[in-house]
Design a protein around this ligand. Structure first.
Ligand code: ZN
Length: 608
């Protein structure tokens, strides 16, 4: 182990077959009273207690070859006996969580976040450390490569070698992927950018480089100089089913469906590729918004327990607004495609009555126990600070544009946040976003924030969007695959038929209710999530015919519904009703006047 670094970590995929990383940690100068070490309970960016220490399998401590006792003090902390001379810890971590939040290892690849594998050495959080990354043993792993933004010390082309991190917070903010990787290189803002894709996929690397270049260049220009990093890396895991991302200081980890990657010859992005580009755009926006502009409450991160802030709507909601908006502004998608994605975001908000019970500020504060621990009642009880946060960001942007006569926008607020907080490293106080928005716009926005961020009112979408030449309409859902979108000719003439009002999934041949929305016919009748519907109005009902059976019934008149709740057959009296208007349609207004068109071009950066 290198003697000149106060802390040195060595990590090796010791047994890919058993999903075990082995880590050795050398502490040159352990605390005289006995060294305390711990693993984080959560990872920044994902606001849930995950207790990473539960995956630590064995731990031993030694000094000069002599074993020491390492006694556990709580669920994630150990205290080693005092010793004269360097302390060495050895431990194994079980890595079988194929998400962006933890660690995963098998014979095809390895991935880890430092929060899952690197013990924090208490009292030495600020000292530089050396990290040695070793390949698994065996000739079958010769083609494995490493992708990470850790600073290399002595790492040859394969990437297996030694790296350096300046302190614990840096150590845990550079995830590592290893395996057979497809590498895509591009430049944006004069800085090298890479995407490393692992997992089976067939996609078009030139197209990815082109579109990522547009996205990254646009956002770098939006925030302005200086660019905050020396490099940037997208770590992408392509899978059959999956979606997610997590931001880091110079990189991001993404999981996507392999079919969402662009195929060779892909034209205008369809919903899948647009979703993937939106995910890249989202994580990249975090390079500024939450990695450098961050709540004062996160300075520093206390990773041993929950840390509450009312600002997640600004960090996730504003980022969610800009992720799709970036795609149209940088020319990756057409305005109509952007409106389709926006309408789907708005639909997600409009379908939950929880938005009248929980404010965005409360949703942020309670992310740990509510948003991240959703049960079947979540849409009735809570609101997403992502989706509603994006809606309120849109409304804030349009309010500033209209109120300032086009002189100011949310872009100016983001630039001010970057200059005032991001560049200086000054955390954003709990009222900081509101105060800066008012200062930059010159508008009194106190009523805006009181109603839409701290209160639960729906904002005036229709009147604001009309001012930028966009029409909006809420209509009833046309079925389980209807997520909202662009207005189409079918929507005007589609008949509106009675419904049960509760979504269901197929379970053992039954229609199992997955959610019973507030004020739905199903809720009024007393139906519950988990119920297995077997008959409606005396006729056999299942996932193949339930909607069609209810659609033929007269609205408002009682019929019998038979179902199993657990193993008990029960009968309820249901009054089918017409579905609520909770599905959003948007469209470009054709005759909205020159002033609206000018505002629309300024908003979307489009030349339509
Ligand atoms: Zn995010």
């Amino acid at each position: 182990m290198a003697a000149h670094y106060p802390l040195s970590y060595r990590i090796q995929p010791a047994s890919p077959q058993a999903h075990l990383f082995e880590i050795r940690l050398g502490v040159q100068s352990p605390a005289p009273e006995g060294q305390i070490v711990s693993l984080p309970a959560w990872i920044p960016g994902s606001y849930m207690i995950r207790d990473f220490a539960r995956n630590l399998v064995t731990l031993s401590a030694s000094c000069g070859g002599r074993l020491l006792e390492a006694a556990k003090r709580d669920k994630q902390t150990w205290r080693c006996d005092p010793c004269d001379g360097p302390l060495e810890l050895r431990y194994q971590v079980y890595a079988w969580d194929l998400s962006v939040r933890a660690a995963h290892l098998d014979t095809t690849h390895g991935y880890f976040n430092g929060t899952s594998v690197f013990l924090q050495v208490h009292g030495q959080e600020q000292v530089p450390c050396r990290v040695e990354i070793l390949p698994p043993e065996g000739s079958e792993y010769e083609e494995w490569r490493v992708a990470t933004t850790l600073a290399p010390l002595d790492a040859p082309a394969s990437g297996f070698g030694s790296y350096r991190a300046d302190g614990y917070q840096a150590l845990i903010d550079h995830p590592v992927e290893m395996g057979r990787l497809s590498l895509i290189e591009l430049e944006a803002a004069g800085v090298p950018h890479r995407m490393a894709i692992s997992g089976r996929h067939r996609s078009d690397p030139e197209r990815l480089a082109l579109d990522l270049g547009r996205i990254c260049s646009y956002q770098a220009e939006l925030f302005g100089d200086p660019f905050p990093a020396d490099q940037y890396l997208f770590l992408v895991r392509a899978v059959g089913e999956g979606y997610g991302g997590l931001e880091h200081r110079d990189s991001s980890s993404l999981i996507c469906k392999r079919e969402d990657l662009p195929r060779p010859g892909e034209g205008e992005p369809g919903p899948g590729y647009r979703r993937f580009l939106g995910l890249c755009s989202h994580e990249y926006f975090h390079l500024w918004n939450v990695k450098r502009i961050l709540p004062a409450r996160f300075q520093p991160y206390d990773l041993s327990r929950e840390v509450h802030t009312r600002l997640l709507w600004a960090f996730e909601g504003i980022t969610s607004y800009y992720d799709d908006l970036t795609l149209v502004r940088c020319g990756c998608v057409k305005p109509e495609s952007y409106l389709e994605a926006l309408a789907q975001t708005l639909t997600r908000v409009m379908r939950g009555s929880g938005r009248f019970k929980q404010s965005l500020a409360e949703s942020s504060f309670d992310a740990w126990t509510k948003y991240y621990k959703q049960d079947e009642n979540a849409p009735n009880a809570i609101v997403s600070y992502y989706a509603k946060g994006a809606m309120v960001a849109l409304v804030l942007d349009l309010t500033i544009r209209l109120g300032s006569g086009g002189a100011r926008s949310l872009d100016d607020v983001m630039r001010a946040l970057w200059q005032r907080h991001g560049r200086t490293g000054t955390g954003v106080p709990e009222d900081g976003v509101e105060r800066l928005a008012q200062e930059v716009s010159g508008l009194d926005l106190s009523d805006f924030f009181r109603r839409y961020v701290h209160g639960t009112e729906d904002p005036p979408l229709e009147s604001l969007l009309r001012e930028v030449g966009v029409g909006v309409r809420l209509r009833p859902s046309r079925g389980p695959q209807d997520f909202g979108g662009l207005r189409d000719s079918a929507s005007k003439d589609a008949p509106v038929l009675p419904v049960l009002g509760a979504p269901y999934k197929t379970q053992g041949g039954y229609a199992e209710l997955s959610l019973v929305p507030d004020a739905s016919p199903a809720q009024r009748a007393g139906l519950a999530p988990g119920d297995l519907v077997v008959a409606v109005d005396g006729l056999r009902a299942g996932p193949d015919n339930l909607d069609a059976l209810v659609a033929r019934l007269p609205a408002g008149e009682p019929v019998a519904v038979h179902l199993f709740r657990r193993d008990e057959l029960m009968c309820f009296s249901l009054r089918p009703a017409l579905p609520p208007a909770d599905t959003c349609e948007l469209w470009l207004l054709e005759h909205s006047g020159e002033a609206c068109l000018v505002r629309r071009r300024a908003w979307l950066h489009s030349g339509d």
